[in-house]
Design a protein around this ligand. Structure first.
Ligand code: MOS
Length: 744
């Protein structure tokens, strides 16, 4: 089916068994806690593996002048040492303009040229991991380094206009921003900076690769199996059908597993050569340079308004970096195109090529850091106008998408702000900063909007039912820890009138029907709709077997009944079973309606007047994201993402050494993410919403919504607490103290 019209009423709306929305536990929870849900590195398959270890470049740009592997080759247990001198021929990097950037060839060890710190310079395979790692230390590399450029701010004069990305325009303009801003009676012109972010998923990247009958089977941590399959095929110069990617359980994606990396390519090549499985894991330290990161950003926000708080001009310009050999940009200005009304608008993205590893999607690319700037600037404008920040947002609620000129599918930003204000006790907030002392602490409250684009991608699924009345659904979709297995179980069980115990969802295998995988918060909507369509086909087939028109058939308690007849699903399926396929395609609805999920964040912080320490005291998010498939999982996603937001406001900061182009704090001791002690009670609520323009399930993406705006609410609360406005993230106590001193 294709989304060319609003979705009609369907069995998900009827929710006869009440499984849709039900806060059931994760169906894979028991496997997870019992250690029976293996991650790629734990998979035992294909025979005893050899172990690979990647040797990384210790310069950021230049050449390998000399590499001596003799001692490593003679070391105990070593089976193979690959360098640029003996690595197999591979497909050329890219192409840069590929439609799917995660399906590009990514050749390893093909040249003595070093393009970023941490690039692979050698690959050692041995009978044990320890032998491989120990031998890797015996490799001697002499480099001929070249000077490189590693910093965004000093290189802005070299900024380029990047190509459109992910179907979004690089720049957009409506009306006459320049003159309108110049003429605006009330103005904010503020520049925000956000630092490099590392994904910091729990599960490090790892690969098990082996060959069977000319085909390579790869277990790895991948969010997007078809992209990974095509990337391996392009790199190894073999047909995609000769590559099978399996990724059944994944310990967090966060965007870092949208691409696959050299561990996959090198394991596959070494396994072909050695004729045995090769297993390679990245260390946590290696992940900082060998995988992708989020670029730091510089964002200039200009808001012009009338004295009564109507925006007349909105400008959001973002600068970020791309690896010199790549073309990515952080699309932090994008959400500013649809969030608030204003007749004159300008949004741009500029990219500076630097000699750093690849920057790429990280936890809500765009909005995640874009909202730190936009929602900070809105808070500054509200103060300048003497308006409550919620009231300012209410006054700039657009009747339709101000740049696309089409209606919103559903938009409950106002509802979220109002509901949140009531639940949080916003009326107790003092507008004047520093007006709420509590001993040595100063207390403050902040608010920010949340918005995240909603996407639907093409997705396929097959379902079958056997004579025991057990339904099995298969698709290449992944569960990166979000709960995909669980919500798909709920959908299939509800559609066929089965208890959840009689539904088996099989994911994470590129041999299964094609899906877009997990990314961009589109997973549940896209793969869930493919599953929905397959279940609709299966209902037709079962009703036909019973001899009842499907519209008259009732699917409940493991039975189909209608027209005075009834039979169990198992009996109708018979010994051969019944199978059906389904497919969702995006259609005109995604153009005819502006589709976003919305929310409102509220934060209360305490700032220590002497040390500048910031403690988050409580936080609330109220969201509207279409129908909720599982209350518990949606809340868990939202709270998790809000904690990401706490990290972006207060902790996360990967620091580049400007002399050598490497991340100085390349481990989880020095790259800080929130720990339990940083996180107080965080609540998330979802408003009632059903969006029939999005997909047949009438849901929207929730995975990344909760981070969007969360950090801004905290920064705005810090200002309200102590009167220090920090536009450079993260908010650390040195910046608070400097601000307190300046205000004193
Ligand atoms: Mo998400 S960063 O789009 O996987």
């Amino acid at each position: 089916m294709q989304m060319n019209a609003p979705a009609p009423r369907n069995p998900i709306d009827e929710n006869r068994q009440g499984l849709i929305g039900k806060p059931i536990d994760r169906v894979d929870g028991r496997l997870k806690v019992m250690g029976l849900a293996p991650y790629a590195h734990e998979v035992q398959e294909g025979g005893p593996p050899a172990y690979g270890f990647i040797v990384e470049a210790t310069i950021a740009t230049g050449l390998i002048a000399e590499i001596d592997t003799t001692a490593a080759e003679r070391a105990s247990g070593v089976l193979l040492v690959l360098t640029h001198r003996n690595a197999p021929a591979q497909g050329a990097w890219g192409p840069l303009e590929a439609k799917d950037r995660y399906a590009r060839a990514s050749p390893q060890l093909v040249s003595p040229r070093i393009e970023h710190y941490g690039q692979a310079v050698a690959f050692v395979v041995a009978t044990s991991f320890e032998q491989a790692r120990s031998a890797s230390r015996l490799i001697r590399v002499r480099y001929a380094p070249k000077p490189g450029e590693y910093e965004l701010a000093p290189n802005l004069d070299k900024a380029e206009i990047p190509a459109d990305q992910f179907g979004q325009k690089t720049d957009n303009a409506v009306g006459e921003f320049g003159p309108a801003f110049a003429a605006a009676p009330v103005k904010i012109d503020a520049t925000f900076t956000t630092p490099f972010h590392i994904h910091a998923q729990m599960e490090p990247h790892a690969t098990l690769a082996y060959w069977r009958d000319g085909r390579v089977i790869i277990h790895c941590a991948s969010q997007l199996l078809e992209s990974a399959q095509n990337a391996v095929a392009a790199t190894l110069k073999i047909a995609p059908s000769k590559v099978r990617i399996v990724s059944r359980y994944i310990g967090g994606g966060f965007g870092g597993k949208l691409p696959i990396y050299g561990d996959v390519m090198l394991s596959a090549m070494a396994s072909r050569q050695l004729k045995r499985p090769v297993k390679t894991a990245l260390t946590r330290q290696q992940m900082f340079h060998f995988t992708t990161h989020r670029s730091d950003t510089i964002q200039r926000l200009r808001l012009g308004a009338t004295p009564d708080g109507k925006l007349t001009a909105i400008g959001h310009e973002t600068w970020s970096h791309s690896a010199r050999f790549d073309n990515f940009f952080e699309n932090a200005s994008t959400q500013t195109r649809s969030l608030y009304a204003a007749p004159n608008r300008l949004t741009t993205h500029r990219s500076v090529k630097l000699d750093l590893p690849i920057s790429d999607s990280t936890r809500a690319p765009g909005e995640s850091v874009g909202m730190l700037a936009l929602e900070g600037a809105m808070d500054e404008l509200a103060e300048k106008l003497g308006l409550d920040p919620i009231e300012l947002r209410l006054r700039n609620e657009p009747p339709m998408d101000p740049e696309l000129g089409v209606p919103y599918s559903t938009r409950q930003l106002v509802g979220c702000l109002r509901e949140g204000a009531a639940r949080f006790g916003w009326d107790k907030r003092q507008a004047k900063p520093g007006a709420t002392p509590q001993g040595r602490w100063m207390i403050g409250m902040g608010v920010a909007a949340a918005t995240r684009g909603n996407l639907l991608m093409p997705s396929k699924c097959t379902v079958s039912i056997d004579r025991q009345g057990v339904l099995t659904a298969r698709m290449s979709m992944t569960d990166i820890g979000t709960g995909s297995y669980t919500v798909f179980t709920q959908i299939a069980a509800e559609m066929l009138g089965l208890p959840i115990e009689r539904v088996h969802i099989e994911l994470g295998d590129s041999d299964f029907p094609e899906t877009p995988g997990s990314g961009g918060s589109w997973g549940a909507a896209s793969a869930g709709s493919g599953l929905f369509d397959a279940c609709m086909q299966l209902r037709e087939a079962l009703a036909a077997k019973l001899g009842v028109p499907v519209l008259d058939a009732v699917f409940a308690d493991g039975r189909v009944s209608g027209a005075g007849r009834g039979e169990t699903l198992g009996a109708l399926a018979g010994t051969l079973g019944l199978e059906a396929s389904g497919e969702i395609k995006p259609g005109s609805m995604s153009k005819a309606f502006s589709q976003q999920a919305y929310g409102a964040h509220f934060a209360e912080v305490a700032v220590d007047i002497d040390t500048g320490e910031i403690r988050l005291r409580r936080m609330l998010g109220v969201f509207a994201a279409g129908r909720v498939l599982n209350q518990k999982l949606a809340q868990s996603q939202a709270v998790g993402a809000m904690i990401w937001g706490v990290g972006s406001a207060l902790h996360e900061d990967a620091v580049i050494d400007p002399r050598h182009g490497h991340f100085v704090n390349h481990d989880l001791a020095e790259y800080r993410v929130p720990s339990h002690a940083d996180i107080p009670a965080i609540e998330a609520h979802f408003l009632q919403e059903v969006d029939d323009k999005t997909n047949p399930l009438k849901i929207k993406g929730v995975g990344e919504l909760g981070i969007c705006g969360a950090g801004a609410a905290i920064a705005n609360a810090v200002y309200n607490a102590c009167g220090v406005r920090i536009r450079s993230f993260p908010l650390t106590l040195d910046k608070v103290i400097a601000g307190l001193d300046a205000n004193a």
